[in-house]
Write a new protein. Structure first.
Length: 239
């Protein structure tokens, strides 16, 4: 179950993970608010987590990137008995590390963009990308499908309001992998806490910043190893 982040939805976000279909059935939903779903004026991660939990069948490997990682953490905690493994790639679960100077700076920059409703959509996207350290070229005007995805992004409740149930996740039987792009002190702080508190495996893939999912070769290789080990463990442990 591949859960996309903000601004790019569905297979467009996970195109380079298609080779994983050789070993796994891939389910790639569009989160609420993103086309072809109807637009939303307000998009709450708690509601998304409940909807995502309904897609988690027994034995599901959940992989979430960015905002989708926050939703995945919340959803996995709702139905831990169904989850075979959980992988989160740079989730902006900044509530875990509030007070960290790098986190406070990034939260402040993103909050300004989210609050600037009167600014042109394209300008808001570019400012958000810069806050994440992403150099992104955008056409002007934006294609209609891009505009719809970006409007969905700015309808989302800010992720640092999410309360991640670490105790539930730490006591769950499934293994967790936490992936960082090694580019941001703020995201690294989140990843370090998750690795420590969830007794998770950690991995760092440098070179693409926050866009770790665009590193097809090394990321897919790491996912294959992790998902394979998780599946083998379950096959052994479950009579």
């Amino acid at each position: 179950l591949l859960v996309h982040g903000s601004g790019v939805a569905g297979w467009e976000a996970w195109e380079l993970q298609r080779p994983l279909a050789a070993d796994h059935r891939l389910v790639v939903p569009h989160r609420p608010g993103y086309p072809p779903n109807p637009p939303l004026e307000w998009n709450d991660f708690e509601v998304q987590a409940r909807e995502l939990a309904e897609l988690i069948e027994p034995g599901t490997h959940v992989v979430g990137h960015s905002y989708g990682g926050v939703v995945s953490l919340l959803a996995a905690a709702l139905v831990p008995e169904r989850v075979a493994s959980l992988t989160v790639i740079e989730p902006p679960a900044f509530d875990l590390v509030r007070g960290d100077p790098a986190v406070e700076q990034l939260v402040g920059e993103i909050a300004e963009v989210w609050a600037d409703h009167d600014a042109p959509l394209r300008d808001r996207v570019l400012r958000f990308a810069r806050a994440l350290g992403v150099t992104q070229a955008l056409p002007d005007p934006l294609p209609a499908e891009w505009e719809a995805d970006f409007r969905a992004m700015f309808s989302e409740r800010v992720p640092w309001e999410a309360k991640i149930p670490l105790d539930v996740l730490a006591h769950a039987s499934f293994p967790t992998l936490v992936v960082s792009g090694g580019h941001s002190a703020a995201f690294d702080a989140v990843c370090d806490v998750l690795v420590d508190r969830l007794h998770a495996e950690g991995a760092v893939f440098r070179g693409r910043g926050h866009g770790v999912s665009t590193m097809a070769g090394p990321l897919n290789q790491r996912l294959r190893a992790f998902l394979g080990a998780s599946r083998n463990r379950i096959d052994i442990d479950v009579p």
